[in-house]
Every structure is written in C-alpha cells, then in structure tokens.
Ligand binder design. Structure first.
Ligand code: MGD
Ligand code: MGD
Ligand code: SF4
Ligand code: MO
Length: 735
C-alpha cells in the first residue's frame, strides 16, 4: 500500500469506524454513512472524475479524486440522486478494489483439470481466439442456445448483447431466483408492477416503517439508509420483525423477535386486526382494489391469538403494532425486503406484504411506495437480432414455474447437468458473479461445470468461479472503464455516466472491449458498430437531447420531475388483468395456487439443531469485497451468532472457534462464536461472503466460514422457482 493510499485509508477508516460501531449500537451515527454530504466537490488532487460505483449493485454517483495518476479518494456526488453527496462505507473503499494486489492481471488459459486453479498467462489475442473458436464449435455442435450467460453487475450489458447476437436467450443472474425474484412476482401480481432496483420506496417521508426481515443498517443501500435515517430523525416510528436484534432493531419502538419462517402468519394477523377494527384505508380500497371481501373472509380466523401460536409474538403486541401501522397511513410503509428467498413460500409472503401495504393505502403515496419515472434514452442503432432463439431450458412451464418473468440462474445450472432439462446447456460465459457462493448446493454447481464443453469467466478478482474457468478474461475495474448509461426508474428521471477515471492497470480490459472482440471473431461485427463504449453512451444521450458535456463533467443529467404519488397529482394505473390492485389473484388461482396467501408452518429444527440464517455486514458486499484490504481492516471475518444461553448449555464460550455441521453432515470452516442475547434460541446467524477458498484471494482466503456450502437443502418456490435457502439446520461444535 503506498503512502498516499495508506493516508486515505485512515480517512476511510474514520467513516467505516462508524459502521463498525453500528453493530454494537454505540454511536448515533449508526447508519455509518460517510461524514458530511459534500457540498462543494473540491479536491486536494489534480482532478475529479464523476462516475458511478460498482462495489454493490445500487450504482451511486461518485466523484473519484486523482493525484499523480492515482485515485486517492472517492466521495459521493452531490448531484447524483442516489448518493446525494454521501456514500456507504463500501463505496468510499473502492480504491481497495482498484489497487488490490490480487487482481486478475492478464488473460489465462487453464492447464490442468477444471477447478485445480492451474493456469498459464497468455496474450489477449490467444485468449480471444480460443474463446471465439469454442463458441463457434458450441454453436455448430449443439446450437446457439447451448450457451448460457450468467451476469451480475452493470458491465454485463455488453455480454447480454453478445449473447443475443449469438442467438441465445439463456441469460440469468442470481439476483433473481436467489434474491428478489419472489418479491417482484408478488408485487407484479398485486399491483401490476415490480419494485426494481433501486427500490421505489419513499422512506424519507414515512411516518411508520415496518421492516420485516430487511435489515437496513447492515443492508447498506445508500439512498435507502439515508432516507431511513431522515425518517427516524423526523420521528418516524419503527417496527422491526427479525429473529435477530439487528442494527435497526436497536432504533425501533417495537422489536418482534419472530420465529423464523412464520412471517406470513404475522402478516395475515395484522390484516385481520386492521380489517376487523376498520383501520384500513376504505376509500383507497374501494377505488383501487378488487377482492376485499374475499380477503376479509380469508383473514377472519387469522387472529392474533392464532398467529401467536405460530410466531411466538404476543397477541397484544400484534394488535398494538397493527394499530400503530394503521395510525401512520398512508405514509406507513411495510418494507418489501430485497433478499426474500427464505422458505420457498416467498412469493406468497411478498404478496402478503403487498396486500398489507394496499390496506394501508401506501402504494403510489408519499411516504409509501412511489411510482417512478425514467429518462427515456433511445437504443444505439444496431442490427436487429436474427432468428428465433429457443426458449430457455428451465422455462417456467417445463418445471412448473409459470409466473417467473426472468430466466433462473439455478435453472440454467441444473440444465447443464446432462439430461435434466428440455435441452442441455453446454457452455457458460460468466460475468461478475461468483456462482460457487451465489448458487445453493455448490457441489451441484461443480458437477454442472464438469459436464460443460466450455466455460469462460470475466472477472476482476480470482474468485472461486475463476478457478473453474477454461479461459479467464480479466476485466478492468469500474474506475478504469466506461459502461452503458445508467437511467433507472426513480423519483426523478436521470441518466448517469460511468467513465474511465484512470487507465486500466496491468493487461486488464474493459468489458465492452472484450465482448466486442469476441463478437468480431464470431462474425457478429454488425451488432457492435460503435468505436468504443463512450461513443456508444454519448450517442444515446445525444439522441435523447441531453448535453453530453454536462453529463461528463457533472456525472449526471436530471430530467423533468413527474408526479410519483397521488399527493403530487399522479393518477395511479395498475397493469394487472383487472386494472386494479388484486387482493385476490385470479391469475394465481388459474395457475393452481392460493389466490390469497395461506400460511404453512415451517419445519422444526431437529433436536440439538438451529436454523441457519444469514445476512449482510455494513462494510462488505457478499464475497466481492472481502479481499478488499481497506474494507477488511474493520471487519475481516464473520462470526456465528448463537444465543448466549444456548452457548452456555453447549459449554461454548463467546469468541472461541466453532464449526457448524448441517443436517447432511456438511461441516463449515472454523468460525468464531458470537454468544449473544441478540438472537433467538432456535437459530444461528452469519454474514455471507466469507470463507473463501480460492488460492488467489490471498487476503480473504480461509477467513471465516462460507454459509453457501451449508445450503445443501433448498425449498423451491412453486410459483416462480426462487431458491428458499433458510431451510438448513446446523449443530454447533467446538472446532
Ligand atoms: N448462501 C447464500 N447465497 C446467496 C446469498 C446469501 O446471502 N447466501 N445472497 C444472494 C443474493 S441477495 C445475491 S444478489 C447473489 C449475489 O451473488 P453474485 O452475483 O455472485 O454477487 P457477488 O458476490 O457480488 O459476485 C460478484 C463477482 O463479481 C466480481 N466482480 C466485482 N466487480 C466486477 C467487475 O467490475 N467486473 C467483473 N467482470 N466482475 C466483477 C467479483 O470478483 C465476484 O467474483 O447471491 C445470492 N446467493
Ligand atoms: N452492506 C451490504 N449491503 C447490502 C448488500 C451487501 O452485500 N452488503 N447486499 C445487497 C443485496 S443484493 C441485497 S439482496 C440486500 C439484502 O438485504 P435484505 O433484503 O435486508 O435481506 P437479508 O440479507 O436476507 O436480511 C436478512 C435479515 O432478515 C433476518 N431474518 C432471517 N430470517 C428471517 C425470518 O424468517 N423472518 C424475519 N422477519 N427475518 C428474518 C435476518 O436476521 C437478517 O437481519 O442487501 C443489499 N445491501
Ligand atoms: S450503496 Fe455503497 S457500495 Fe452500493 S453503489 Fe452505493 S456507495 Fe457503492
Ligand atoms: Mo441480492
């Protein structure tokens, strides 16, 4: 680490120390955002380049400060609607990725068996020729649909385009079936629209916020955390439902330590109280919703006393929180969560959250869920995709997931094991996703990889998945490249640019270049007519009538605001079959599912076992930052949270090293025990993203334990194929 970066790190450390204290609730700056919003983006460097972050998938606008050719610090762009001059601790630590000594430096070809991590560095010419030749072979032998792309992160757009040009629709990300897919389907069924990313939640204006298994505070999505903090500063009441005393629970008026897997019972009981006591928004329901009478009938017997037997939450608490929630309406938001794939009933649980929000009248309302607007940017003109690509082999109907609206990453993985799907996937292109940690059942993922004809990985670090590649294509980091314009639906329409802050280090290359070079070798040059990604991006902005120079100097252009709530004059429309909010879903009924969510009790842990839960740490994004020396100085290994009383019964002490052994006998890596009162007695918790075993991750390797290897059992959501992962049980032993 150079002197400059060391000094900068100390600054970053000051910001992240707040975040570390978050966990212990020792600071009022518990949300851990960096010090002050930057009003005047001055710099002690030579220049400041606006771009957007890629330390997670929220894409905050950042200002990268450069001195003597090195990025010295990263601050929030005050003009950018998602950062508003602030960053989360991870965003400020982006230089820890740029200057990570373990970065992939040159293209490599595999020289030993897959997974043995023995590679030889080769030229780009050789790596690209090899890749193109393999892709041509695949197409010849099995057809273009035999190639799958797994892609997560903003640079993936170039590869998605490549895949479609090649003739395959098999494009998936674990951020759907292993993350927010059930929520999107649940909201789509209810309101005719999804919540997207960034989620369209007007948290800052909420009077009552209910978090049911979304842990804002550890979950550090910048804008949400800022708005959440604002709402609390303004006196919003917070209700937190979590088996674990989370950061947010420490700020809450009500903490409901629910029995894991029983949230749907609580949600139905809240509806029961709100309807029985006439506390719902009657005018709103009359005007916008259908199915109220069926819902009323459905929840008639879902009393707080009934829910108590399932959830262990006292009936009085259920009644009181229902009243508080209704007292704040319509600015009363039941947060829909994001990582919702828990128990396999996740679409229905998300539907219940959607329905409860409807009773509170919070959709299309200030302080609730807003209806976003998006800046229209014309596509860059290129040749239309040819042919009629085959539907994905995991296509919902093949496996009975009629309501999935995206391809399932887990489905493509499964279809790579010969003979399991309507046709076999034979080649993988992996962009920015570490499938061995992101997909459940990593042993099955390895089996799938071993059966492939070809696998190429585009990454910035030698993550686990890289170790399984035939060819490794090292990408330049987000600070060294330009990508497509980001124009997500949000409170105001905007477009943000990602531009090269410093030139790519080593022999890494930007994704747009890699995708285009492959395309040229495949004879697909008509699809890639642009000179480079900046020309591509500016063409789109120019065609939309915005000033490219302003965009490049400020990082963002903002369009004309449009009403986003009924209070602003919006007339809500619902793209459901009935044109209304569907409390009762005929679509679900026709597909053979419960038209109104029903609760099924979860399985009990076997004796001596605890349910395994997992989540986030404020300073890390999954495993993608655990090798980042800057961020890891504050948090460099995960711990296994176990109730202190349980630990005492097992004769285990806080801080000692333990191993978690799951119901199938799979053992975790050694992990430090956190014996704490802050978790129920029937579950354990760990932060996801630790326990790397990739040789090249010299810092993160062998630190903490990996939850994904304990996820040997799953419960698949029958509606959309989401992977319920919180269905594993572990016992805890001294290491
Ligand atoms: N067991 C378990 N499984 C889970 C979860 C869990 O909590 N527990 N969480 C789930 C959730 S919510 C999600 S969203 C998914 C996320 O899972 P992934 O999509 O795998 O996300 P990351 O872990 O961020 O993986 C990012 C990969 O991208 C690489 N990378 C980082 N930046 C760049 C870049 O600029 N270019 C390229 N080419 N590569 C880059 C990193 O080195 C890393 O290998 O996992 C899901 N799976
Ligand atoms: N710092 C940081 N922030 C992130 C990420 C990151 O990696 N790092 N990842 C981002 C991504 S892609 C996602 S999807 C989100 C994920 O963040 P969230 O959507 O907030 O979801 P989880 O990480 O699953 O949160 C799990 C929380 O739910 C609790 N929980 C577990 N089981 C149950 C249950 O049965 N009922 C209830 N009520 N609670 C339960 C856990 O104790 C934990 O507090 O975070 C995003 N933000
Ligand atoms: S939330 Fe944090 S890590 Fe994610 S994009 Fe924003 S600053 Fe970067
Ligand atoms: Mo996620």
């Amino acid at each position: 680490m150079s002197g400059v970066t060391r000094r900068q790190f100390i600054k970053i450390g000051a910001a992240t120390a707040g975040a570390a204290a978050v966990g212990s609730g020792l600071t009022t700056r518990w949300w851990g955002l960096d010090d002050d919003p930057v009003a005047n983006p001055g710099t002690d460097g030579d220049r400041v380049v606006p771009t957007f972050c890629e330390l997670c998938f929220w894409k905050c606008g950042v200002l990268a400060h450069v001195k003597d050719g090195r990025v010295t610090k990263i601050t929030g762009n005050p003009a950018h609607p998602l950062s508003r001059g602030r960053l989360c601790p991870r965003g400020t630590g982006g230089t820890g990725l740029l200057y990570d000594p373990d970065r992939l430096k040159r293209p490599m070809l595999r020289r030993e068996k897959r997974g043995e991590q023995v590679f030889e560095e080769v030229s780009w010419e050789e790596a690209l020729d090899f890749t193109a030749q393999r892709l041509l072979n695949l197409k010849d032998r099995y057809g273009p649909e035999s190639l799958a792309l797994y892609s997560h992160g903003y640079g993936g757009s170039w590869f998605k385009h490549l895949l479609k040009a090649y003739g395959s629709k098999n494009i998936a990300a674990p951020s759907y079936a292993q993350c927010r897919g059930p929520r999107e389907v649940g909201f789509q069924l209810t309101y005719g629209s999804t919540l997207g990313s960034p989620e369209v939640l007007d948290l800052e204006n909420s009077r009552v916020i209910t978090l049911i298994g979304s842990h804002l505070g550890e979950n550090m999505h910048n804008t949400q955390v800022q708005e959440f903090a604002t709402a609390i500063d303004r006196g919003a009441t917070l209700i937190v439902v979590d088996p674990r005393f989370s950061t947010a629970a420490g700020k809450a008026k009500y903490w409901l330590p629910i029995k894991p897997g029983t949230d749907l019972a609580l949600l139905l009981a809240w509806m029961h109280v709100i309807i029985a006591e006439g506390l719902y928004d009657k005018d709103y329901i009359d005007q916008y919703a259908i199915g109220f009478d069926q819902l009323k009938e459905h929840v008639r017997d879902k009393t707080p006393e009934w829910a108590y037997t399932q959830t262990t939450i006292a009936p009085e608490t259920i009644v009181e929180t229902a009243r508080v929630m209704a007292g704040g309406r319509p600015a009363s938001l039941v947060h829909p969560g994001r990582h919702v794939v828990w128990y396999g009933d996740d679409t229905q649980r998300s539907r219940a959250v959607a329905i409860l929000n409807a009773l509170l009248g919070s959709y299309a309302r200030r302080g609730g869920i807003f209806v976003p607007s998006q800046m229209a940017l014309p596509a860059y003109p290129y040749t239309a995709y040819q042919g009629h690509p085959k539907a994905p082999p995991d296509r919902p109907k093949d496996q009975g997931y009629p309501l999935a609206d995206e391809v399932l990453a887990s489905g493509l993985c499964m279809a790579s094991i010969p003979g399991t799907a309507s046709y076999d996937i034979k080649g993988w292109l992996v962009y920015g996703t570490n499938l061995l940690m992101a997909l459940p059942q990593p042993e099955r993922t390895k089996e799938a990889i071993q059966a492939l004809d070809f696998i190429a990985v585009v990454d910035v670090l030698p993550a686990e998945i890289v170790g399984w590649a035939d060819v490794v294509l090292p990408e330049a980091t987000y600070l060294e490249r330009c990508d497509d314009i980001d124009n997500p639906p949000w409170k105001v329409p905007f477009a943000a640019v990602r531009q090269e802050v410093v030139p790519p280090m080593y022999d890494s290359k930007p994704g747009w270049w890699i995708a285009r070079e492959i395309a040229l070798r495949l004879g697909l040059s008509d699809y890639f007519p642009w000179k480079d990604s900046m020309e591509y991006a500016m063409q789109r902005v120019h065609a939309a009538g915005y000033d490219c120079d302003v965009l490049r100097t400020t990082g963002v252009v903002i369009g004309k605001p449009r009403p986003t709530t009924i209070e602003d004059g919006l007339v809500p429309k619902f793209a459901t079959p009935s044109g209304k909010i569907e409390l009762f879903s005929q679509r679900l009924k026709d597909a053979g599912f419960d038209p109104i969510p029903q609760f099924t009790p979860p399985e009990e842990p076997p004796t001596g076992h605890f349910r395994l839960l997992f989540g986030r740490a404020p300073t890390h994004t999954f495993g993608r930052t655990t090798n980042n020396r800057f961020l890891s100085e504050v948090f460099n290994q995960n711990e296994l949270w176990l109730n202190a009383q349980m630990a005492a019964e097992l004769g285990l002490k806080d801080g000692e090293t333990v191993v978690a052994v799951n119901q199938d006998g799979v053992r975790s890596q050694p992990i430090r025990l956190k014996a704490t009162q802050r978790i129920r007695t029937d579950c354990v918790f760990m932060v996801h993203g630790f326990g790397h075993d990739a040789k090249g991750l010299r810092y993160a390797r062998n630190r903490g334990a990996d939850d994904s290897r304990l996820v040997t059992r799953i419960k698949t959501d029958p509606i959309m194929g989401g992977t319920g992962m919180s269905v594993n049980f572990v016992r805890v032993e001294r290491a």
